[in-house]
Design a protein around this ligand. Structure first.
Ligand code: ADP
Ligand code: MG
Length: 253
């Protein structure tokens, strides 16, 4: 039997009196793309940051590749790649220099141009991060997650704000990363993206996981309830599942 590469049990996170994550449990299997979907404020980023060792949990158990978060967070850090916010990049350095700097930090031998090539940024090697388009910035930040040759990468809304082409381009990149055996855990608000990329998804709502399955099974389950989309070839899509489960009202108010 294959062991999960990430195992989360009864994870709770309180911010003061506010209960942001309410005892969630899930497993991520090696080599899969696992998606966390849910309305703004559901607790997705909090959950990811706890697994990434960047945020303390209130209670619960997290094991990553057999390493208990409570016992050896430093060992977890070494086998994961986390997409940094843009603010994390030194403004004075160009892309090639940034890759060299990260490689030095991780004590890794990396050819910056080869790495930049994998995200189609070789021609931008001498450019500064701020000179890149939105899609290029996202591709670069994904490239930086790969420098330490991680077993798992974490992508929090990697395609938010991108145009459809840049989005699809990133989808291909994420699939390529998966095809090399890397496990990917991501969040997204785009249901087509989740349907295209994710092997399994958890729908998180107000700190609870309210559904966890393959996108296809979720859609079939909704269709089996008698749900029908007007004038569509398929009876439902993943967006229907999401809205059916979480409702249509704005949460982030
Ligand atoms: P998501 O990523 O699903 O949009 P978050 O994990 O960012 O949600 O946030 C979950 C909830 O926790 C939200 O209500 C948010 O306002 C709250 N929250 C997040 N970070 C903090 C913090 N540092 N202090 C207090 N509340 C926070
Ligand atoms: Mg978030």
């Amino acid at each position: 039997m294959v062991e999960p590469i990430i195992s989360v049990r009864d994870l709770v996170k309180n911010y003061g009196d506010f209960n942001a994550v309410k005892g969630i449990s899930f497993d991520v299997m090696p080599g899969e793309i696992f998606g966390l979907l849910g309305p703004n404020g559901a607790g997705k980023s909090t959950t990811l940051e706890i697994i990434e060792t960047l945020r303390p949990k209130t209670s619960g158990k997290v094991v990553v590749d057999g390493i208990d978060l409570d016992v050896n967070p430093g060992a977890i850090k070494k086998i994961i790649g986390v997409q940094l916010q843009a603010a994390g990049y030194y403004p004075g350095l160009n892309l090639q220099e940034l890759v060299e700097m990260f490689a030095g930090l991780y004590n890794q031998k990396v050819d910056p141009l080869v790495l930049l090539d994998t995200v189609q940024l070789r021609e931008k090697a001498k450019n500064k991060f701020k000179q890149l388009s939105g899609g290029q910035k996202q591709r670069f930040s994904i490239a930086t997650t790969l420098i330490n040759k991680p077993k798992i990468i974490f992508l929090d809304e990697p395609t938010t704000g991108l145009d459809p082409q840049a989005r699809r381009n990133l989808w291909e990149l994420i699939r390529e990363i998966k095809s090399k055996g890397t496990t990917v855990i991501l969040t997204t608000h785009y249901m087509d993206e989740a349907e295209f990329l994710c092997d399994r998804i958890a729908i998180v709502d107000a700190g609870n996981i309210i559904s966890l399955d393959t996108p296809d099974q979720m859609i079939d389950d909704l269709v089996a309830t008698g749900f029908e989309r007007p004038k569509q070839v398929k009876m439902a899509n993943l967006e229907d599942v999401f809205l059916h489960l979480t409702g249509k009202t704005l949460r982030d108010i």
